[in-house]
Design a protein around this ligand. Structure first.
Ligand SMILES: [Zn+2]
Length: 333
């Protein structure tokens, strides 16, 4: 049983400290020796030629076990991407969109990996599904291979990568979504390419009991809920606050907090165009909220349905990424 080796991410981190430019030179040309250490967790392992079985699933690369029994998969970066990219974007989508996604996923993983642990990443922490070979799809694998080693760069560093399903026609700035200093390439701008998304326009009904449960947790001081209003619209058209009106007063809370508490799936985005109270038949009692909006997800960075639309219109991966991350360029890890 061997301990996991220090991965190339560890080497990158060390080089980045020594010289901001050194990392640029590392692995140029798509070095296939770039290995990630991926924490799989506890489970049964069985060696196979060129890989192994973990909990009955086939994985590429090798494995080792931490002292506490958790299994770590040492896997080529591109092999890991080949497994996770089809979960992030349908492999049936155009190759240029898949290539844009592969480049984004590579940068997303690099930025969120932690070489100071005995493993670089935990797929679930990145909201990534990693099921080894069974998830691989030929088209996604081709996109990963044709973009091997490519990441988005801004100035001398890596660009911060964000992506979500559908921006609803207007992408969001990172500063408006999450606060912090504005990032030039993560700004709000119109997106004409994502209208084919089934969530480009949506309606959602939130029942009174669910909303009352949220009020109970977040703003119990307002009493019985009577009204919900989205407010403080930012430049992209997203609500940044929600005003909750009750029998004892009004509370204004962060729209993001409201969305997470109610359930991100039930409020697909904060690009809310209209809301109205539902009233119980025959009475004036508050019975819930109907909201109409656009898009699915936070809307920052790459709009995945937009990448599909742009690719179908003939755009290359490079053009797609230049559109959603203005001012960045494709470079090497
Ligand atoms: Zn879009």
């Amino acid at each position: 049983m061997k301990l996991p080796r220090r991965s190339f991410l560890g080497a990158l981190a060390g080089l980045a400290l020594a010289s901001p430019l050194a990392a640029q030179e590392l692995g140029g040309g798509g070095d296939r020796s770039q290995a990630l250490r991926v924490l799989l967790g506890r489970g049964t392992v069985e060696p196979l030629p060129g890989g192994f079985l973990f909990e009955g699933r086939r994985y590429r690369g090798s494995y080792s076990m931490l002292a506490d029994g958790r299994v770590v998969n040492e896997v080529d970066f591109d092999d890991y991407l080949a497994s996770v990219v089809p979960s992030e974007m349908s492999a049936s989508w155009p190759i240029a969109a898949l290539e844009a996604q592969a480049i984004c996923s590579r940068g997303f993983i690099l930025a969120r990996s932690n070489p100071n642990r005995p493993y670089d990443l935990v797929p679930s922490e990145l909201a990534q599904v990693y099921r080894g070979i069974e998830s691989e799809e030929p088209a996604s694998t081709a996109a990963v291979r044709s973009t091997s080693g490519m990441v988005l760069r801004y100035g001398r560093g890596f660009a911060q990568i964000e992506y979500s399903s559908c921006c609803g026609g207007y992408s969001e700035s990172s500063a408006d979504a999450w606060g912090g200093a504005p990032i030039p390439y993560l700004s709000a701008h119109p997106c004409p390419y994502c209208t084919a998304s089934p969530r480009f326009r949506w309606k959602a009904d939130l029942g009174a009991s669910d909303l009352e449960a949220t009020v109970e947790r977040i703003a119990p001081q307002i009493g019985a809920l009577q009204e919900v209003r989205f407010t403080d619209y930012d430049r992209s058209g997203r609500a940044r606050s929600v005003a909750l009106g009750g029998t004892l007063g009004v509370a204004r809370i962060s729209a993001t907090r409201f969305r997470i508490d109610v359930g991100a799936r039930r409020v697909p985005s904060l690009l809310v165009r209209r809301e109205r109270a539902l009233v119980a038949p025959g009475t004036q009692a508050f019975a819930g909220l109907r909201i109409e909006g656009r898009g699915l997800g936070h809307g920052v960075g790459l709009c995945q349905w937009g990448a599909r639309g742009y690719a179908l219109a003939g755009g290359s991966a490079q053009e797609i990424l230049s559109f959603y991350f203005v001012g960045t360029s494709i470079g090497r890890i």
